[in-house]
Design a protein around this ligand. Structure first.
Ligand SMILES: Cc1cc2nc3c(=O)[nH]c(=O)nc-3n(C[C@H](O)[C@H](O)[C@H](O)COP(=O)(O)OP(=O)(O)OC[C@H]3O[C@@H](n4cnc5c(N)ncnc54)[C@H](O)[C@@H]3O)c2cc1C
Length: 415
């Protein structure tokens, strides 16, 4: 006999980014009533360029998101300015085959479109800023800017790096500036003979220049970025296209040509920042996911990916749970965060450390750094092997979560 399901609970999610939309989809699939609050009039991405690893692609598929032809398959490698390959990121063939090419290059708005298309009607409430949150043993209350009060059994804080929910639960924690500035853009030019199927990250003494093949709505193109040491207290160049052009001059083909072919309207600039990982995410009936829990530098190319995984796993942990039962909720939230914390903290800390090594090494030490990176397997181990290893572990964890989810729901599901 299948287990009897408890009555559906009320789940509120703050923030319609990748974390919040994935959590809303997963909690909805778990049978709960979900309300997703977004402050802006639309769920809109705060940027253009993106790469995704296979584990988030797998999670998206299980959440009912169409991942077909979402991006261009890319094999990533790190090189030095002379073109010597320092790292090759290798994923197993079957992973590359099963998940759209393994690591894919895409445009962020395309991911949002696909997530939004999968969200059931009535779940997303845009134009609603949450200004306050409180909880007691029985429920959580959200205070909206328009004066409404929304009550839920469980609250998921997916409200990004400046999370109100994080602050409410755990107090202020300082932003950690990486003193890096990223300029990034994309182009669909057919005038630059750049290789497809590659994500090539090249490092000069203090600047990284990179390009990736992308696909968007059936069109082949390229995205690129230039990441440079930049004192966070100094003003940022007002023309990001000109700044990227200047910084990329010393870089090999095709980066300068791709930048030249890019419409300046398709170039953006971001300061790189994070916060130190938290030791605890959940308190009572409230938890954190995505950047609210573990903001991560783009060096990992995994912040949105981990946010998506968080949302997926959290919803799975809420399946078969009576959300009015405080103890059951507490256990489910703890079971969710326990394996997520070491995984996400490792990614954030490695990304932070790579930023330091590549962009902030003292000038005198740079020749030694480059000799180590060029002639020892250190970087291949840290980036080329550790990251795919983590991704494979996440793929296995998703298989286990899906099996447990099937049991909790008592109905067979498609994988
Ligand atoms: C330049 C750059 C490149 C990157 N490249 C990659 C990459 O290649 N791959 C990758 O995986 N990651 C990448 N990342 C990281 C990725 O963008 C983030 O980790 C990801 O967006 C986090 O998703 P999230 O849903 O947790 O938060 P967010 O995307 O920040 O979404 C939070 C949402 O909450 C809403 N919100 C906030 N407060 C409130 C409130 N009080 N009430 C209502 N709504 C609220 C916001 O409006 C927003 O929509 C990159 C980041 C940068 C800056």
């Amino acid at each position: 006999m299948p287990p009897t399901s408890p009555a559906p609970g009320r789940v509120a999610v703050i923030g319609a980014g990748p974390a919040g939309m994935a959590a809303a989809l997963s909690a909805h699939q778990a049978g709960h009533h979900v309300t997703l609050f977004e402050r802006y009039p639309q769920a809109r991405p705060a940027g253009n360029i993106l790469n995704l690893w296979p584990a988030p692609i797998k999670a998206l598929g299980l959440l009912g998101v169409d991942t077909d032809d979402l991006g261009a398959p890319c094999q990533s490698e790190f090189r030095n300015l002379r073109g010597k390959r320092r790292v090759q990121v290798r994923l197993p063939e079957h992973v590359i085959r099963d998940y759209g090419g393994g690591f894919i290059g895409l445009l962020r708005p395309d991911l949002y479109e696909r997530l939004l298309a999968a969200l059931p009607a009535g779940v997303l409430r845009t134009g609603h800023t949450v200004e306050g949150v409180e909880q007691d043993n029985r429920a959580v209350r959200l205070y909206l800017a328009d004066g409404q009060v929304h009550e839920a059994d469980v609250l998921i804080g997916a409200d990004g790096i400046n999370s109100l929910v994080r602050r409410t639960l755990w107090g202020e924690s300082p932003i950690r500036p990486h003193h890096l500035q990223l300029f990034g853009g994309y182009t669909f030019t057919d005038q630059v003979p750049a290789p497809r199927g590659r994500c090539v990250l090249t490092h000069g003494p203090t600047v990284q220049g990179a390009f990736t093949a992308i696909r968007s709505k059936g069109r082949d193109g390229f995205q690129w970025w230039v990441l440079t040491a930049h004192d966070a207290d100094r003003p940022v160049p007002t023309d990001p296209h000109a700044a990227a052009t200047r910084l990329a001059r010393a870089f090999p083909h095709p980066l300068p040509e791709l930048i030249a072919a890019t419409d300046p309207a398709h170039v953006q600039s971001w300061p790189i920042r994070d916060r130190k990982p938290l030791t605890q995410w959940s308190k009572g009936r409230i938890t954190l996911i995505g950047d609210a829990a573990h903001p991560t530098s783009p060096y990992a190319a995994y912040g949105a990916g981990m946010a998506t995984e968080d949302g997926y796993f959290l919803g799975r942990h809420l399946a078969g749970i009576d959300l009015t039962d405080t103890t059951a909720v507490h256990h489910a939230l703890n079971a969710f965060e326990t394996p997520r914390k070491p995984h996400t903290a490792r990614q954030s800390q490695t990304a932070w450390m790579l930023g330091k090594i590549f962009h902030h090494a003292p000038a005198l030490l740079r020749p030694l750094r480059d000799a180590v990176l060029d002639h020892t397997p250190l970087l291949q181990k840290v980036v080329g092997e550790a990251t795919p290893g983590e991704i494979l572990k996440q793929l296995d964890a998703i298989d286990r979560a899906e099996a447990a989810f099937t049991t909790a729901l008592g109905t067979p599901r498609r994988g």
